[in-house]
Design a protein around this ligand. Structure first.
Ligand code: SF4
Length: 133
């Protein structure tokens, strides 16, 4: 990791992306999407920085996930932040994670059985577009 972060302009996120995506090393890149989703769900506290989140999330996940799992975790949280859990106005009514989400509970109250039943269980490509690859 350090041989990358020692290079000018290469931070922890970029170094982690290179190591995970190109070399399948067991690291977890945390970008703004992953950080925001993890904070809203309540996995990360409100004061945990993006930099610190790399260590916190990796400590939680590494015992359970191999590099492929870490890659999928990053990718799916990235998509979730990009497509549903938007920065300004998260699309909580359509979100399949509402039943576990601190932000949802704060803003809407506990997820009701009706709200959970109304949540799409499959990606609606017609409404939301194709998933990025
Ligand atoms: S319920 Fe809302 S805030 Fe929570 S993860 Fe889903 S979109 Fe984000």
């Amino acid at each position: 990791m350090q041989w990358l972060t020692d290079m000018p302009g290469i931070g922890l996120k970029t170094a982690s992306l290179v190591l995970l995506f190109n070399f399948r090393k067991p690291v977890l890149p945390v970008d703004a999407h992953v950080h925001r989703v993890m904070q809203r769900l309540g996995v990360l506290g409100p004061k945990v920085s993006v930099e610190k989140a790399h260590d916190v999330l990796l400590a939680l996940l590494k015992p359970h996930l191999d590099p492929e799992g870490l890659f999928n975790f990053h990718k799916h949280n990235y998509w979730h932040g990009q497509q549903i859990c938007f920065f300004q106005k998260p699309n909580c009514p359509r979100c399949p994670l509402k039943g576990f989400c601190s932000y949802y509970q704060e803003h809407y109250g506990p997820a009701t059985p009706e709200a959970l039943a109304a949540t799409p269980t499959h990606w609606d490509a017609a409404a939301w577009g194709q998933l990025p690859h």
